[in-house]
Design a protein around this ligand. Structure first.
Ligand SMILES: Nc1ncnc2c1ncn2[C@@H]1O[C@H](COP(=O)(O)OP(=O)(O)OP(=O)(O)O)[C@@H](O)[C@H]1O
Length: 263
């Protein structure tokens, strides 16, 4: 049985003595000197091994925040620290090299990390096995389904061997059943590898299904509006009463945010 804790406007605190995996302090972002403020005063800490879902309406700044954490954009104000150095990123599109097999796509990430050639093949197979795709190592991306391509993309992200994995709507283009399966895969991989994950989505149920914590952002400017912690980290099905209950609560608040923004 899960319990949900709604902590409105809560400062995101860390247990004493634990160094956060990610620390974001008073972060602000605008594009260009005269552009509107996209992100305003975002303060957030993420614990090592935490699975955090970042949720908000389209255009609220979720991807911008993720790209700043990834170091691909700079904040206008405030700071971001990824304690372990840098993070691996996975996007909605798998962005695999079409002329390489699934195995070679993963091997390339290992090569870029400096893994010796003699170890790459075996490590790539291990990673593909982790995402239940060892049988598809010889297939090229066009021979794989969308869900399989995202599994390869996940294996490739894991090949970077970073402690932090940033995921930007990785399953948004998949049908509901495939997405459900990928949720199970991702949860298993997360439990087995202990990665810290920030998972961006505008799908409330997906966030309620996956996250140990769900952080809701407001729009224009993007701020942290609320967060929910899910105490028990046991597996929960997307159609379970617990997920539904939490999703309804979050949706109500998301609607309020959207209405306020439209007013
Ligand atoms: N490179 C850029 N230059 C100028 N404006 C940008 C840039 N990137 C994003 N924006 C603007 O910042 C705002 C937030 O965009 P962002 O893509 O971060 O939102 P989002 O919450 O991820 O949206 P979605 O859920 O639709 O992907 C939008 O108004 C967008 O137009």
């Amino acid at each position: 049985m899960q319990t949900f804790t709604d902590t409105p406007q809560a400062p995101t605190t860390q247990p004493l003595g634990v160094t956060p995996a990610i620390r974001i302090d008073s972060l602000g972002k605008r594009f260009g000197p005269t552009g509107p403020v996209v992100l305003d005063n975002i303060t957030l800490t993420v614990a090592p091994g935490e699975f955090l879902c970042l949720l908000g309406a389209s255009g609220c700044g979720k991807s911008t925040l993720l790209t700043i954490i990834a170091g691909l954009e700079h904040p206008t104000e405030g700071t971001v620290t990824v304690t372990s150095g840098s993070a691996a990123v996975m996007f909605q599109e798998s962005a695999l090299f079409p002329w390489l097999t699934a195995g070679r796509n993963v091997e390339l990430a290992l090569k870029l990390r400096g893994v010796p050639r003699s170890q790459r093949r075996a490590q790539a197979l291990e990673l593909l096995d982790l995402v239940n795709l060892a049988d598809a190592a010889q297939k090229r991306p066009h021979e794989l389904s969308g869900g399989m391509r995202q599994r390869v993309a996940l294996a490739r992200a894991l090949a970077q061997d970073r402690k932090v994995l940033l995921m930007d709507e990785p399953f948004a283009a998949l049908d509901a059943i495939t997405r459900d399966l990928l949720h199970e895969e991702l949860e298993r991989v997360w439990r087995e590898t202990g990665r810290t994950i920030i998972f961006v989505t505008h799908n409330v149920r997906e966030a309620a299904r996956l996250g140990q914590r769900v952080v809701l952002m407001s729009s224009r400017p993007g701020r942290i509006a609320n967060e929910w912690r899910i105490d028990d980290t046991g597996t929960r099905r997307i159609e379970s009463p617990e997920v539904s209950r939490l999703a309804i609560e979050i949706t109500d608040q998301l609607r309020e945010e959207i209405r306020r923004n439209a007013a």
